[in-house]
Design a protein around this ligand. Structure first.
Ligand SMILES: Nc1ncnc2c1ncn2[C@@H]1O[C@H](COP(=O)(O)OP(=O)(O)OP(=O)(O)O)[C@@H](O)[C@H]1O
Length: 265
């Protein structure tokens, strides 16, 4: 992925009606990094991802992608640059898994054109990465929540863009598939792709993300390397929960939570 310059976000604001959901966000997101987007429920993560995807229009401020204002790209140009995997989706048609994954190639195909061998090879590769080849002929409507999520990620991989915006994609997945996706996404950043992933699991963020963007009440509360930004103090500020940071030498740092209420002194 050459020629990508990342996102430059300046004083970004967004309101749904009269309610401000994001305020004064300024960030530079460099190419080739895995950014974790963390924060409590309602802190603005999905709103920020939707703004970066061009699905929402800012109420103020600006977003530039690869040096050009995001709103100057056409929808088709955006689809060749960035992919979004939403938190939830409804599939109203009886498409097969294979057909849904192939939809990732639509931004590259002219109208009525047949997919090329390369397109089909990419579909196979993405289905293999998500371990969904065995479902290829099944209707997506008859899959479990986690299986559907893997289909949507495979579709995003097939879209093969420099930027990937992921909204809680591991939420429906078992541990094996969560780790497989995080490993795969981390690998994708090595060839210059940029990933922004909203995550509630701070330990996944610690294990895989280069940087974390921390939102709280619609404002930027923190931004920096995952291993120095995620701390017991941050966990207390964001969630009101007591925690400890463990740094075993053989594994990545992780947060351990105090599950029981602490006795009052
Ligand atoms: N369509 C909408 N109309 C009005 N308010 C909205 C809408 N979508 C979100 N909001 C509000 O905007 C704020 C930010 O919501 P957002 O979905 O971005 O948070 P989030 O951090 O992604 O939350 P979660 O972790 O629960 O997914 C919240 O106060 C929410 O109630």
């Amino acid at each position: 992925m050459t020629g990508t310059k990342g996102f430059h976000i300046r004083d970004l604001r967004f309101a749904y009606g009269s309610q401000m959901s994001l305020q004064h966000i300024s960030l530079d997101l460099e190419p080739g990094r895995f950014y974790g987007l963390i924060g409590p429920n309602g802190s603005g993560k999905t709103t920020l991802l939707s703004l970066l995807a061009g699905q929402l229009t800012p109420s103020g401020g600006s977003i530039a992608l690869d040096g050009q204002a995001l709103n100057r790209y056409s929808t088709a140009q955006r689809a060749r640059l960035l992919t979004v995997v939403p938190q939830s989706f409804s599939l109203n048609f009886d498409f097969s898994v294979h057909d849904v994954v192939l939809m990732g190639r639509h931004p590259y195909l002219s109208r009525f054109a047949q997919p090329t061998e390369e397109d089909l090879a990419l579909v196979e590769e993405s289905m293999a990465a998500m371990e969904i080849e065995l479902f290829r002929h099944r209707s997506v409507r008859r899959l479990s929540g986690g299986e559907k999520q893997r289909v949507m990620i495979a579709r995003a991989l097939t879209q093969d863009t420099a930027y990937l915006l992921l909204d809680e994609v591991t939420a429906n997945l078992d541990l094996n598939h969560s780790l497989a996706i995080m490993r795969l996404v981390a690998r994708l950043t090595r060839d210059g792709r940029t990933v922004v992933a909203a995550l509630h699991d701070l330990n996944l963020a610690l294990a895989f993300c280069d940087r974390v963007i921390v939102l709280r009440d619609g404002r930027l509360h923190g931004f920096g390397p995952a291993t120095t930004t995620i701390s017991p103090t941050l966990v207390k500020q964001l969630y009101g929960i007591d925690a400890e940071l463990c740094r075993p030498c053989s594994r990545s740092a992780h947060i351990s939570f105090h599950y029981q209420e602490q006795p009052q002194p």
